[in-house]
Design a protein around this ligand. Structure first.
Ligand SMILES: *Cc1c(COP(=O)(O)O)cnc(C)c1O
Length: 452
């Protein structure tokens, strides 16, 4: 049970997602899709073997490892190493002790939304400021393992809406592996652009959207042997799936009623589901939460599919949205996302740009500092609550996907009333005043009155 690296190669493998486990490939093979059907792959673990350890022992093991500095278990991801990716040897793991992000009771925000038991999982409080770190530590570690086993991999590459590239650049730089990132020009924030630049990645800004960058990076991966780091690569899902596991661990192994998550390429909602299903199979939890996936109206292919009862799925042309990280019209992981939503009694909701901007600003006034994608989740939550789909006493967790500090350009524009077609009803402008006690006092008193 406890050997890692090559000794664990037979304990997990890639298999076709839709057609099951007849055909298998090792995790150290360069393969992204089923060569026969072009379908998605998934990572399958030898669950029989994992079940040898009791649920109580698993919980104890995870508790013992949490928040230590012991390599590599101080990471929220590698603390669940047996369930995530045992094939990487200790010395090849590329980790900056990601995960273990705070889950907190959003009391005032919950009161405003009439949800007493509202919690926020702040996935942006991690190394590169988004949940993408959780998956990238696994992918880059496997690449590092492959390099150390003598497989020639010249570089890793991804297309990104800004956060995947930041995570890839940082983890590749930590490992000393060359990274290439393809970004849609003017569609990521300044902070997101400077992250891979600072980490020394080959940073390409292309005159297209995310879907256009994705098409090119896939071609580079196929033709030129560069390793593809997009979430089509199911290794990332293995790291990202720890978010749901971590939430139940933080609740002393209790399962919340709802988890709300924004969706773009739909890897994250699938990962959330996969982790919780594995916990269920191991007896670590005894029920599942319901999952709500939130999309921007301007990039809503999953919502449209949901409205048709998932009868069909059609890509859309994603239009510009404040939630730039989810401006994706042709999400690669949609089959997995639909499967997750069907197993978790899932719902999909869509929200307008006005709703996104106002939800962010409102939640910020209760002490948060949200990214627009978290705004999408919060706006969807508001709708689901007001329709009565989510109850007033339900325990609800909103997954906040990135740190608001990456999106100050959006916040500045909101508070300056400069977002096109958005009515900034909660704008708060800094007040310019002479450095004079009397004027400052008068104005402060006036503002206190105005706000009370
Ligand atoms: C990547 C990302 C998402 C969307 O996740 P998917 O797996 O693409 O659905 C949401 N929010 C932020 C901040 C992201 O970086």
């Amino acid at each position: 049970m406890d050997d890692f690296g090559p000794a664990a190669d037979a304990r997990c493998w890639f298999e076709p997602f839709e057609s099951g486990g007849e055909r298998r490939w090792p995790l150290t093979e360069v393969i992204y899709r089923d060569p026969e059907t072009e379908g998605l792959l998934t990572v399958q673990h030898d669950m029989q073997r994992l079940k040898v350890r009791s649920a109580a022992d698993w919980k104890q093991l995870f508790e013992d490892r949490s928040h230590t500095t012991e390599w590599p278990y101080g990471s929220g991801v590698w603390g669940k190493r047996e369930l995530v990716c045992p094939v990487v040897a200790d010395e090849n793991i590329v980790s900056m002790f990601e995960g273990h992000t705070n889950l907190f009771w959003a009391r005032r925000l919950g009161q405003a939304l009439d949800i007493e038991d509202l919690w926020i999982k702040l996935c942006g409080n991690t190394h590169t400021g988004s949940f993408k770190d959780l998956g990238m530590t696994v992918l880059v570690s496997v690449v590092n393992e492959m390099i150390h086993r003598g497989q020639g991999i010249p570089a890793v590459a991804c297309a990104s809406t800004g956060d995947t590239s930041a995570a890839l650049a940082a983890y590749a730089a930590y490992a000393g592996i060359p990274a290439i990132v393809l970004l849609p020009r003017d569609k990521v924030s300044i902070a997101q652009l400077i992250q891979p630049v600072a980490n020394g990645a080959i940073t390409l800004s292309l005159d297209t959207d995310f879907d256009g960058c994705m098409a090119i990076v896939q071609e580079i991966a196929e033709r030129d042997g560069i390793y593809l780091a997009n979430s089509m690569n199911s290794l990332r899902i293995e790291g990202q799936k720890t978010v749901g596991m971590e939430i139940v661990q933080q609740f002393d192994w209790q399962v919340p009623d709802w988890i709300v998550v924004p969706g773009g390429n739909l890897g994250n909602v699938s990962a959330l589901g996969k982790g919780l299903l594995e916990f269920l199979e191991l007896g670590i939890i005894d029920r599942l939460p319901r999952i709500a996936c939130a999309q921007a109206e301007r990039a809503n292919p999953l919502y449209l599919s949901y409205r048709s009862g998932f009868e069909k799925f059609e890509p859309v042309m994603a239009r510009p949205t404040l939630a730039s990280a989810i401006q994706i019209g042709n999400p690669v992981s949609y089959p997995k996302a639909i499967d997750t939503l069907q197993r978790f009694e899932g719902v999909v909701e869509q929200v307008s740009e006005q709703e996104i901007a106002e939800s962010v600003a409102h939640a910020d006034r209760t002490g948060l500092f949200n990214c627009p994608h978290t705004g999408v989740a919060l706006a969807a939550l508001r709708k689901l609550r007001s329709r009565g789909e989510i109850g007033a006493t339900d325990r609800v967790v909103v997954i906040s996907t990135a740190n608001g500090l990456k999106f100050t350009d959006f916040k500045v524009a909101y508070h300056r009333h400069r977002l096109p077609d958005i009515d900034s009803t909660g704008a708060n402008r800094p007040i310019d005043l002479a450095a004079d006690y009397g004027r400052v006092r008068d104005r402060v008193m006036q503002e206190i009155d105005r706000r009370s």
